[in-house]
Design a protein around this ligand. Structure first.
Ligand code: SAM
Length: 487
């Protein structure tokens, strides 16, 4: 069940094509924040549409050898989940709503139908089964053994499903990836040696085709959307950020009359509270963007308290800026660059900035060498080797200058240090883990993240007791960037 290089290339190009068309296999996106996101009649419609796709593309073969033909029931499920998560994604990205709309269900159906018409669905189905194997084997491997009924319910690793995983279990047992054992009248499943190998190869394939990176980014944007108290957390951890943003505006040399783009604007602190809208004056404009609807909604609400008609908020990430080439005199943003795919973000910033325009920002650097209290607190994360892997979210000192050299001349990268007050343990853990500053934790099964989350909160309180709350100051290395676009 390993994938050959040629097949992986096919899946990789298929995945990239699907991403361009906004087709996503990201079913957790449909888990609401207590709000009902889908009505019973919409669910019914989705099931019919999924069935239709599944019947039309009935004989699809997976792109690698499996002992069993893919059943109609399994195909129905694949199309159902892909339709559902694509409709959720489109509603979010195109309409700015968390509620899944009928219109976007229709769009999702039409893009998926067109896409699978070309190859009968082989790539989509193959990718989905790889993702499902990754999730199923990951949870069993992580916990070493999982009660059979828990595995079947999906509660620990696929809590969004509204069906059971008994077919997945049967498949895992029949193909020798899983083994069942009884202990004290309770049935458990664990991984075989072959299961471990297949898990590793699934993970490597999903990493190489770009799926895991996409998953991390989509999860982060969803978490930011759910973070209603973002401003409250930041005000308590770093109240001086207002001065820092003012200093960012001063460094940018933005003048009245300019057309300015702000990236990663969050709740609008830089543009509104810290005065970017004043720096461009009435004759200038600020277009402030962020990929998270929740953040933008908070920013738009705040705009009502300001005399800031020269500001417009738009949804969008830095890797795909929704504006034409050479639109802006200057681009600016605070504390967002580390969340982006930096080379792609630079390419886009360069594209939308006029010749001679500037980009100014500040971002945190790699945090692998931290204070003792912090390392002790986050030891379970460090111990897993997660925070210090090459995948760590924060850029290293050389990352940004290397990416910038292609697009900016001259530019400067100047060191800085920000001190974060981490006394509020719950806030810090939420920020570090949920928003994905420790993004590698996204790679854990759902239940493991919940357990780790609680463990980190308990450890945080213990560390606070041991070191004293005034010692909980985190010195975070940062870099200022200021550059002129070369065209
Ligand atoms: C730490 S907050 C900073 C918000 C604001 N600039 C401030 O100074 O308070 C990071 C912001 O980056 C946004 N973000 C995450 N991924 C992004 C991406 N790929 N492109 C642009 N912004 C992104 C988040 O939604 C969030 O609002």
């Amino acid at each position: 069940m390993t994938i050959s290089g040629k097949t992986l290339d096919l899946i990789t190009s298929g995945f990239s094509e699907m991403t361009k068309l906004d087709i996503v296999i990201a079913p957790w996106l449909t888990m609401g924040n207590n709000n009902e996101r889908l009505s019973p009649s919409q669910k019914h419609d989705l099931r019919i549409l999924a069935l239709e796709l599944s019947l039309v593309h009935g004989n699809t073969k997976l792109l690698w050898d499996v002992t069993e033909e893919i059943s109609q029931g399994y195909r129905d499920r694949i199309y159902y989940e892909t339709l559902l998560s694509t409709a959720a994604y489109l509603s979010y990205m195109r309409l700015g709503t968390l509620v899944i709309t009928h219109e976007m269900i229709c769009v999702a159906h039409s893009v998926i139908k067109n896409y699978v018409e070309s190859d009968g669905g082989a790539i989509l189905l193959s990718l989905y089964t790889r993702i499902a194997s990754y999730l199923n084997l990951q949870v069993v491997g992580y916990f070493e053994r999982v009660p059979e009924h828990v595995f079947i319910s999906g509660d620990w690793h696929q809590p969004w499903i509204d069906y059971t995983l008994d077919k997945d279990l049967k498949f895992g047992l029949e193909t020798g990836l899983l083994v069942r054992e009884n202990d004290g009248g309770q049935a458990y499943v664990s991984l075989t040696h072959k299961g471990k190998e297949v898990y590793e190869s699934c993970k490597a394939d999903l990493e190489r085709c770009g799926y895991l990176k996409q998953r991390e980014q989509l999860m982060r944007i969803a978490q930011f959307t759910n973070m209603d108290d973002y401003e409250h957390i930041m005000e308590r951890a770093a109240p001086y950020l207002h001065d820092l943003r003012k200093s960012l505006i001063a460094r940018s040399e933005i003048r009245p009359g300019m057309k300015v783009l702000e990236l990663g604007c969050g709740t609008g602190a830089l543009t509104l509270d810290d005065g970017l809208y004043k720096a461009v004056g009435y004759e200038g404009t600020v277009i402030a963007t962020d990929p998270s609807i929740g953040m933008l909604t908070r920013a738009k609400k705040k705009q009502l308290q300001y005399d800031a008609d020269n500001v417009q908020f738009h949804q969008g990430g830095a890797e795909q800026i929704p504006f034409a080439d050479n639109t802006f005199d200057a681009v600016i943003g605070s504390l967002f660059l580390h969340f982006t795919d930096i080379p792609k973000a630079f390419e886009e910033i360069h594209r939308v900035t006029k010749p001679g325009g500037t980009f100014t920002t500040i971002y945190p650097l790699d945090f692998s060498k931290q204070e003792d209290f912090f390392i002790e607190w986050f030891e379970p994360v460090y111990k897993r080797g997660l925070a210090s892997t090459s995948k760590a979210v924060f850029p290293k000192e050389h990352t940004v200058p290397e990416a910038a050299a292609r697009y900016f001349d001259p530019f400067t990268c100047t060191p800085a240090t920000l001190v974060f007050d981490t006394r509020n343990v719950e806030h810090v853990v939420r920020f570090m883990v949920q928003v994905g500053t420790m993004a590698e934790l996204n790679d854990l099964p759902w239940q493991a993240r919940n357990i780790l989350f609680d463990e980190l909160i308990a450890r945080g309180h213990a560390v606070k007791e041991k070191y004293g709350e005034h010692a909980l100051k985190l010195n975070q290395p940062e870099q200022w960037f200021h550059g002129t676009v070369r065209k």
